[in-house]
Design a protein around this ligand. Structure first.
Ligand code: ADE
Length: 389
């Protein structure tokens, strides 16, 4: 594989000489070259940025040095230009696997407010293009992201890893069933009074495999429940974790949904109807909330959180024009699937007069609990959580 990196801070890429990529180069599997974008400028100050058209803070990277650099690197249609940018698609192991099969990657490391959009459009005409973000946070530039992506990709190049088995079992690997990796131990058998779990020293390979799988599942449920849950609707529409920017639409959807509730439960006080945008923002920070969008429109939501040892489920909302299509049922399934590991039961409240909701909850295995106190006009339903569910 050939990797080129374009940056105005080529020294940032020095770690490419070390460790993994260094070894791959020594094995002849990888050819890496780092290029200083400033060497494609022609003014005395080697300028690579300028003020944004339309105004605004910060500087934008000028197109000309990029255009010249792409030409000098003789980039062709079989090559992939990777723009590292916080506005790209989020990097993951699947993308690393995909990139590891490409013959040449050219990393374009942006700085400041980004690169003139015409550079990306031009790149799409001469090569394959990926715009990739390392995660939902902003770095000062794309160099660290490029380093991380290169390390994740290079170790997947066939023939690179001394023991390819270790690629199979690690966290996020396709063959790990999408689970995080189980905890690992080495000698000594007792350290600081802490013992290695007995099963790992039992020699019973079946028991070890079962223990590891259970640990991986438990860890994933605790730390990354989103990886465990079937997180799409039947048609592939994602059930996504809500972000703070969803608050205005959630407020609108919640009002639309709870007007119906108010009509079905006359005289009952319904908190969801009185909440402000600030209230919605507040609870978004306190609950695990999921949303569904159709054609960009927020049409469904649900939230859950641990209360004692019960997983409290609420705010199951489906846009009034889409009710009756099974979306609420899927949201209810989803929020149960992502329940915190410590939850031993599920609990939810609904209006005593909300017949449609009650029917759906009962069908999903919830039982009315007249023995549990509920706010006036509301009822409580609970369901035990099955082991392993
Ligand atoms: N450049 C700045 N922030 C970034 C991020 N999160 N991912 C990739 N490149 C970046």
């Amino acid at each position: 594989m050939k990797i080129d990196v374009l940056s105005i801070f080529p020294d940032y890429l020095a770690p490419l000489e070390l460790s993994l990529p260094g070894k791959a180069r020594a094995k002849g599997l990888l050819d890496v070259a780092v290029h200083d974008l400033r060497s494609f400028t022609h003014d005395r100050h080697h300028t690579t940025d300028d003020t944004p058209y339309g105004g605004g803070a910060g500087m934008v990277m000028k197109p000309e040095p990029w255009g010249e650099a792409f030409e000098a690197l003789a980039i062709g249609e079989h090559d992939t230009i990777v723009f590292t940018t916080p506005s790209g698609a989020r990097f993951d192991q699947r993308k690393a696997e995909e990139l590891s099969a490409r013959p040449r990657l050219v990393f374009a490391c942006g700085r400041y407010e980004g690169i003139d959009q015409r550079v990306i459009e031009h790149a799409r005409e001469i090569a394959r293009v990926e715009e990739i973000s390392l995660g939902d946070y902003v770095l000062n530039g794309g160099e660290v992201a490029a380093l991380a992506i290169i390390e994740a990709v290079v170790r997947l190049i066939p023939g690179f890893m001394g023991n390819p088995e270790s690629l199979v079992e690690e966290s996020h690997a396709g063959d790990s069933g999408g689970l995080l990796e189980y905890p690992v131990y080495t000698k000594p058998p007792v350290w600081n009074g802490r013992e290695v779990p007995a099963v790992l020293r039992s020699g019973d390979h079946g028991a070890i495999a079962r223990w590891r799988h259970e640990q991986a599942r438990r860890r994933t449920a605790e730390r990354r429940p989103d990886l465990l849950a079937p997180s799409t609707l039947d048609d592939g529409t994602p059930i996504a974790r809500a972000v703070p920017g969803d608050a205005p639409e959630l407020l609108t959807l919640q009002r639309a949904c709870w007007v119906q509730e108010a009509l079905a439960n006359p005289g009952v006080e319904i908190p969801a109807l009185h909440e402000s945008l600030a209230d919605v923002r507040d609870w978004l920070g306190e609950w695990d909330t999921y949303v569904v969008r159709r054609a960009g429109r927020l049409v469904g939501a649900v939230r859950g959180r641990l209360e004692g040892d019960a997983w409290d489920i609420g705010r199951i909302m489906v846009a009034p024009d889409l009710q009756g299509e099974g979306l609420g049922r899927r949201l209810l399934e989803h929020i149960q699937a992502v329940a915190a590991e410590a939850a031993t039961s599920y609990v939810l409240f609904t209006g005593a007069g909300s017949e449609r909701n009650l029917k759906m909850y009962k069908k999903a295995g919830f039982r009315l609990r007249s023995d549990v106190p509920a706010p006036p006009g509301a009822v409580v339903l609970t369901k035990p959580r099955r082991a392993g569910a």
